[in-house]
Design a protein around this ligand. Structure first.
Ligand code: ARG
Length: 469
């Protein structure tokens, strides 16, 4: 039986009927639909709409649906179910008879889908926080074991200044800590219960909305029935946060790809996460990284699809909203699949520290340190800059580095250059002068690792959400 056939004289066009169904993809919401239905059934009993016997039967039936769905996937083969809500109603009636049809009293699918999607997003955020914590810990572990190894830092992809390898890795830690923070903040706006909103104007029965919310472990109830049944900003915000997260992952992937090329030779690609070429026998390709970079496009597309689906929608519920489900699921699935793989990659990659360290001492990456040396001696910074620029020019002609120039050559450029300059141009000194919070001086980086460790320890959900069975 359809959920709405009473006023229709003609059956649906079979092609249209099939085409408009969401059950093929919204069946994954079944556990949430069942939890929300249990909470609604209890509220109906409390309001005197269901007898204690009805309630017991309904709860029993809902539990049977849950266990059938878990034990046999064929149970979900139902070409007639329009959506997950219809499926539950049909199965309940089939399992417990007429009292099954009483469950829909005082509720609408419009509030049900809004609730199921909020429960889905909340559960996914909690899962992602665990995965993000693993991922950030993996990067942090590599930062912790990189010790005093240095590498070139680039701006414009041109050699700029040397940095500690740990400092470079910590840049990614910060990006992903912010991504985690964004998800935590999004979760607060997700974790509100729409049940009791009805189809648009609010439930027609005296349902205890707070009790329903408490059963489902929501923090609070939504404030406006029209908004609650028709907005999807919680899903948009979630997918936008995922889009930023994958954008960060794509930057990470791109740098790893670049640094694995022979031109850099900073990292050796881990074989378990790389593939060969069917034609060129020598190849080891960074497929995991390339796919991570590519999948960022897909998640950005999901965010755009969601934004566009809601743009210009009049209040309140419109069937367009059904179109928000697949991009939401796709973005969630894409990111939950990437994170453990990226974590495995990060644990397995080999860094070529000698090569990185050597590269950190070439291409005049100590030029700013040389200019700072002059500034310390009272030279105006613009003059210091000019003087070191001149010195670099000479080095380029002679194919050497600043520390190779003779003192008399340097003095000829600027009298404030002195014999202690050479030590100041050596890598440990160049790193050490960046002695500010957030800078690459080894002591600062050590502190930054400790602070990041503390922050990552707070990411994992404290306890699993308790939903009343
Ligand atoms: N499958 C629908 C969706 O995902 C459920 C809500 C249907 N509501 C309605 N009034 N037809 O949006």
């Amino acid at each position: 039986m359809k959920m709405w056939s009473g006023r229709f004289r003609q059956p649906l066009d079979p092609e249209f009927d099939k085409w408009q169904r969401s059950f093929p993809y919204d069946q994954r919401l079944l556990p949430f639909e069942l939890s929300a239905s249990r909470a609604h059934a209890r509220a109906l009993e409390h309001a005197g709409v269901l007898s204690a016997e009805d309630l017991a039967e309904i709860l029993g039936g809902l539990n049977q649906i849950a266990s059938h769905a878990e034990s046999s996937p064929e149970f979900l083969n139902d070409p007639e179910a329009e959506d997950v809500h219809h499926f539950v109603e049909k199965k309940l009636a089939a399992l417990i008879g007429a009292s099954g049809y009483k469950l829909h009293a005082g509720r609408s699918r419009n509030e049900q889908i809004a609730t199921d999607l909020r429960l889905f997003v909340r559960a996914t955020i909690d899962e992602l926080q665990e995965l993000l914590a693993d991922w950030i810990e993996a990067i942090l572990a590599r930062a912790g074991s990189a010790g005093s190894a240095a590498m070139p830092g680039f701006t414009h992809l041109q050699p700029a200044e040397p940095v500690l390898v740990a400092h470079w890795l910590l840049a990614y830690v910060e990006m992903f800590l912010r991504d985690s923070d964004r998800l935590a903040s999004c979760r607060k706006r997700v974790n509100l219960c729409p049940l009791g909103s009805g189809a648009i104007a609010g439930a027609t029965l005296a349902l205890d909305r707070r009790a329903i919310a408490a059963d489902l472990s929501f923090d609070d109830i939504t404030a406006n029935s029209m908004d609650a049944t028709s907005d999807r900003d919680f899903a948009i915000e979630f997918v936008q946060s995922l889009s930023l997260l994958t954008l960060h992952l794509s930057r990470w992937a791109e740098e790893m790809i670049l640094f694995s090329t022979p031109a850099y030779d900073f990292i050796a690609l881990p074989e378990p996460y790389s593939t060969g070429s069917s034609a060129m026998p020598q190849k080891k390709n960074p497929d995991l990284l390339e796919l991570v970079r590519g999948k960022a496009a897909r998640v950005a597309g999901c965010a755009t699809a969601l934004e566009t689906a809601v743009k210009g929608l009049p209040l309140a519920y419109n069937k367009d909203l059904q179109e928000t489900q697949q991009p939401l699921f796709e973005a969630a699935d894409t990111v939950t699949a990437i994170l453990p793989l990226a974590t495995g990659w990060m644990r397995a990659v080999e860094f070529n520290f000698p090569k990185m360290h050597e590269a950190a001492q070439s291409n005049f990456m100590n030029a700013w340190a040389a200019a700072s040396y002059l500034v310390e001696r009272g030279v105006a910074s613009r003059q210091a800059h000019e003087a070191v620029g001149k010195a670099v020019q000479i080095c380029l002609e002679r194919k050497c580095e600043l520390q190779d120039l003779a003192l008399e050559d340097l003095k000829a450029i600027h009298p404030s250059f002195d014999s202690d300059l050479r030590a100041r141009l050596a890598l440990p000194d160049v790193l050490a002068i960046h002695d500010v919070q957030g800078g690459t001086a080894p002591q600062r980086v050590k502190q930054a690792i400790q602070s990041a460790r503390k922050r990552v320890n707070t990411l994992r959900p404290q306890e699993p959400v308790a939903i009343r069975r």
